[in-house]
Design a protein around this ligand. Structure first.
Ligand SMILES: Cc1cc2nc3c(=O)[nH]c(=O)nc-3n(C[C@H](O)[C@H](O)[C@H](O)COP(=O)(O)OP(=O)(O)OC[C@H]3O[C@@H](n4cnc5c(N)ncnc54)[C@H](O)[C@@H]3O)c2cc1C
Length: 416
């Protein structure tokens, strides 16, 4: 009689979940992935996609692929009973939201990521656009499209045009800075060609409460990035405290109310409801994450590591060895779990620091790693990084085609 395969359930289809779904040996395990999204966002590509460098559909990867062998269930996990090894799920469809079903596991891997934190600032949820997934990138693209057309309506005053074409970005980390860089490239490039009457009227401001942008970078590179952005006429507003967002103004303690046409919220992480709910040990300061040992096994409330429960990605952190919430960490932890499961490897997880790269616009950027450099070389590293982040050959080919067409015929910003 054939022995039953061990059931491994992955919760989440982001960077970590997708990698695990591909990598865990489906001949050895019965692998199931549960997530409300049947695609996996390639987050480093979202800013470029939002600004028309390529079709936003290239910035996510479908789970229903011929070579993706994990079973997929479109649902939200609402709770887990770790004693009976039962996962309680809610179908990810509005019309079925009151239904529940259970999925059993032998081992579960928790990778539900985190969500944007608005820090309770009034008006953010109602008026800001977040940048977490392809739907958000499409929202930015669509709003840009509307703003450019609204500013082009006959009789629109110059003041009104300037307000409509002011993009306020909250968050001076890599996500906010890359968004600012892409927007200035767009405003100084194809938008000028397609909307010559709006030339010089668009502007981008980046707001951050910290004294310096790009916190993960060392001071010299952060200062370089800051001056590169200012050369591209990005208004950098550090040490700035946001009090309130209204439909068309951002109000700060330092400057009062300033008008905007689009506000992008690119800062702050908050735990997802599932992480808040689970009876596991969690970090006590900052972002709430599930605490694990160096084998990535989650700790129960009594302090014992649960060998059947892994936690990783943005939602998990190693006790005493905290790591940032990045795709790089999620990928390395997923590869480690794949090795543990496929090869019974018992060595502890070790993180290998890779280079940090941020684009600052006008074919310039900053790279921090074994070697630190800026300028055109940094832009090339960022562009090639974009290519390597893309996870399938199909999308790599489509991306090269899009870049070629942008070079030949300009970006397509007017079509969603
Ligand atoms: C715009 C942007 C750009 C970025 N650029 C970079 C970069 O250049 N380099 C880098 O290293 N990192 C980058 N990051 C960070 C990186 O994207 C995250 O660290 C990474 O996505 C974390 O992976 P994850 O698998 O833990 O979670 P996520 O990728 O966030 O995936 C979480 C998944 O869990 C699902 N989920 C949530 N709750 C539940 C539930 N209850 N039940 C089932 N499923 C659930 C979600 O729907 C989602 O599919 C960027 C992030 C953003 C937003």
């Amino acid at each position: 009689m054939a022995t039953q395969k061990e059931k491994v359930v992955i919760i989440g289809s982001g960077w970590g979940g997708y990698r695990l779904g591909y990598g865990i040996d489906h001949n050895k395990y019965d692998v199931t992935l549960i997530s409300p999204e049947n695609t996996s966002a390639v987050t480093p590509l979202l800013a470029s996609a939002a600004c028309g460098l390529f079709d936003p559909r290239l910035a996510h990867e479908p789970l229903r692929r011929r070579d993706f062998h994990a079973k997929y269930i479109k649902a939200l996990v609402v709770d887990i009973d770790f004693d009976t090894k039962t996962i309680i799920c809610q179908p990810a469809f509005d019309e079925l939201k009151d239904e529940r079903f259970n999925v059993d596991y032998d081992r579960v891997i928790l990778v539900p990521g985190c969500r944007s934190n608005t820090f309770g600032i009034p008006g953010v949820t109602e008026h800001a656009i977040f940048v977490k997934n392809v739907a958000n990138a499409n929202a930015v693209r669509s709003r840009l499209n509307d703003l450019l057309e609204m500013a082009s309506l006959p009789g629109t005053s110059e003041d009104r045009q300037r307000q409509l074409l002011h993009v306020a970005i909250v968050g001076g980390g890599p996500t906010g800075i890359e968004m600012a860089a892409e927007l200035t490239d767009l405003f100084d490039g194809d938008a000028n060609v397609l909307f010559p009457h709006l030339k010089g009227k668009a502007s981008v401001s980046v707001y951050d409460v910290a004294p310096q942008i790009l916190a993960p970078f060392d001071q010299k590179l952060a200062e370089y990035a800051s001056s590169a952005l200012k050369t591209g006429r990005v208004n950098i507003k550090t040490n700035t405290h946001i009090l309130k967002i209204t439909q068309n103004t951002i109000e700060t303690q330092e400057d009062g109310a300033t008008g905007y046409g689009m506000l992008i919220w690119a800062t702050g992480n908050k735990s997802v409801p599932l992480v808040d709910k689970l009876n596991l040990r969690k970090t006590e300061k900052g972002l709430v994450r599930i605490l694990t040992d160096d084998r990535l096994n989650a700790f129960a409330l009594d302090g014992n590591a649960l060998r059947s429960v892994f936690a990783m990605g943005d939602a998990g952190d190693i006790e005493g060895g905290t790591l940032p919430t990045t795709a790089e960490v999620a990928i390395q932890k997923a590869d480690y779990i794949i090795k543990v499961l496929n090869k019974n490897d018992t060595s502890p997880f070790e993180y290998k620091q890779r280079s940090l790269v941020t684009y600052t616009g006008r074919r310039d950027g900053v790279v921090q790693g074994k070697r630190e450099y800026t300028g055109y070389g940094a832009w090339l590293s960022w562009r090639s990084g974009n290519f390597f982040w893309t996870r399938s050959w199909r999308r790599k080919i489509l991306m090269c085609y899009a870049w070629f067409m942008d070079w030949l015929d300009g970006r397509e910003i007017i079509r969603n």
